[in-house]
Ligand binder design. Sequence first.
Ligand SMILES: [Zn+2]
Length: 256
Amino acid sequence: MRNITVIIILFLSFFILAASASAFVIETVIGNPTGEGLPRCTTLDANPRGCLSNDLNITVTGSFTDDQIRSIYNDFWRVAGKSRAYWELLKEAGPSVNEDNSLPGEGCFAKVENGNIYIQAYNKCSDTLLIHESGHVFAGKNSRYLIRRFPYEDEIKNSGAACVEDRCNNGHAFIKTYSLRDKSCDSTSNPYPEKCTFGVSPKGESFAEALVDYTTPGRIGRRSSTYCSVAIENYKSDCKNAYAWMRDNVFGGAEF
Ligand SMILES: [Zn+2]
């Protein structure tokens, strides 16, 4: 166990539409790779806090409305309902989701401290924000040391093919879809270098971002205009090693 440093990520407002569109998907039982099925909470309308706690081992603090809590549940369930392995990681970590309106800036900021998530204003957030943050939760809380084994460095060093690095990571080992990386990493391709931040971990952010990229294969291209982010057109084929590792070590074989 170890504490992790404060990590902040920003998603731009164009994810709002995606968040609202997916907020109330109605399903009863969702299959998983083992065929056992994870039973979705049947009392989400009446008791969203209870569903979040019972199904996902997540507690919420702050002034979130019931609608916002249902969105938090649905955003996690989009992934956990399809992957028992991811669900088990969440249950093991048992993070809290806390309101923190002191976070800077506009849009949707979030941070993870000691394995717990702090978000600024959830109604503005992307439906993938919490999946990204869950990567930091796993890095800080879970016993399987996933972050240590995440193969992004090996992918770059051992690929022997510049195209792998070009398609998946930038020259400083950040996954390309991550927004807030060091501006010096992308002096030619970064459209907003002055807005990028320093001091974030390439491996930690690449791991967290890879969870999002893995679970949103059809949406990765839309992120190309977000601060420093650059599109990865096809995470499965452009980041072959990391994709396979994510599939086997985080998602238990489930694919999205
Ligand atoms: Zn992050």
